[in-house]
Design a protein around this ligand. Structure first.
Ligand SMILES: NC(=O)c1ccc[n+]([C@@H]2O[C@H](COP(=O)([O-])OP(=O)(O)OC[C@H]3O[C@@H](n4cnc5c(N)ncnc54)[C@H](O)[C@@H]3O)[C@@H](O)[C@H]2O)c1
Ligand SMILES: O=C(O)C[C@H](O)C(=O)O
Length: 346
């Protein structure tokens, strides 16, 4: 892959074409100073995500944090010929320094699934990791936009919200569960079935980020295609099971890392564009929401200078999607409640 191909990754968005404007609007010299911190930067997602964020011209400082291994990752990516200055931080005593002044904090820290596990099986380990990292975010960069990748996202986002509430720093506009990989998958699978160019495809994915809580709205997919009901069901299920497809193929060696780094880079890029005032930046994300009766829900979100500018509604749903929505609410509710309970009792 050439450098220009890699760079083009960060110029794309999954639900909005508007973000393609960025490189025209901000040359790297004119773009504001932006610090991005990656927590878990030495991991399977963290390393390729560090590479992709190093290629993003909107980043001026890239801060790579992990419990170990980050000085090496930082030294490696720092030799790449792009704008940002890179620094690696390892161990808890360097976490504050890693976070201070961050505009965007991306969190892929935590354990991944093995075959046979659900994302919820990661809760016991990852909930504690997320809680301690968010406690540090509240202390060292309370105004940062937080991009939560660590699973189970349906619970880790509510945990983060509770930690920030307790610290008195919670701003619902600044907390995001990263569900971009579901959109990336839905686009790829839809493009294959509809026989259209994937770069032209738009598919919103709503709900949450686990199994049936992932609901691609294929009735709203464009370019339009004449797919049968069976094809819609199969595409929905494949999108819902996309993570498991990768976990099984990796056969014990973890879950999606490369496609997740791609998705995480798209979402972080959208956050930076929003912060920089680029208009009409829209991505799907799991955020505090009034779209359903649940306190958190993934849907299209307009990003702006303060983070979430507007949580967009669902739009018209097919009967199949209405049933999918009804079915996902109880599971999503219980995952959200589990996160809230953990944060308040530990
Ligand atoms: N949201 C999504 O769509 C999505 C997609 C893929 C994976 N994930 C999740 O992302 C997480 C990471 O996956 P991975 O494949 O990169 O795992 P990995 O094990 O390869 O890397 C995780 C990294 O986190 C680090 N870490 C652990 N505790 C930490 C702490 N307290 N502070 C900082 N870093 C810490 C580890 O040292 C490791 O380097 C998993 O929970 C996985 O389920 C989410
Ligand atoms: O499936 C997983 O465990 C990782 C991630 O949530 C994914 O969707 O790939």
């Amino acid at each position: 892959m050439t450098l220009s191909m890699l760079r083009s990754v960060v110029r794309r968005t999954s639900t909005s074409g508007a973000s393609r404007l960025t490189r025209r609007q901000f040359s790297s010299e004119a773009a504001p100073e932006r610090k991005v911190a990656i927590l878990g930067a030495a991991g399977g997602i963290g390393q390729p995500l560090s590479l992709l964020m190093k290629l993003n011209p909107l980043v001026s400082t890239l801060s790579l944090y992990d419990i170990a291994g980050t000085p090496g990752v930082a030294a490696d990516v720092s030799h790449i010929n792009t704008r940002s200055q890179v620094a690696g931080f390892a161990g808890e005593d360097q976490l504050g320094q890693a976070l201070e002044g961050s505009d965007v904090v991306i969190i892929p820290a935590g354990v991944p699934r093995k075959p046979g596990m659900t994302r919820d099986d990661l809760f016991n380990i990852n909930a504690g990791i997320v809680k301690s990292l968010c406690t540090a975010i509240a202390k060292y960069c309370p105004n940062a936009l937080v991009n939560m990748i660590s699973n189970p996202v349906n619970s880790t986002v509510p945990i983060a919200a509770e930690v920030f509430k307790k610290a008195g720093t919670y701003d619902e506009k600044r907390l995001f569960g990263v569900t971009t990989l579901d959109v990336v998958r839905a686009k790829t699978f839809y493009a294959g079935k509809a026989k259209v160019n994937v770069s032209d495809v738009i598919v919103p994915v709503v709900g949450g980020h686990a199994g049936i809580t992932i609901l691609p709205l294929l009735s709203q997919a464009t370019p339009k295609a004449n797919l049968s009901d069976e094809e819609i069901v199969a595409l929905t299920k494949r999108t819902q099971d996309g993570g498991t497809e990768v976990v099984e193929a990796k056969a014990g060696k973890g879950s999606a890392t490369l496609s997740m780094a791609y998705a995480g880079a798209i979402f972080a890029d959208a956050c930076l564009k929003g912060l920089n005032g680029v208009p009409d930046v829209v991505e799907c994300s799991f955020v505090q929401s009034n779209v359903t009766e649940l306190p958190f829900f993934a849907s299209k979100v307009r990003l702006g200078k303060n983070g979430v500018e507007e949580v967009l509604g669902l739009g018209p749903l097919s009967d199949y999607e209405k049933k999918g929505l009804e079915a996902l609410l109880p599971e999503l509710k219980s995952s959200i409640e589990k996160g809230i309970k953990f944060a308040n009792s530990n």
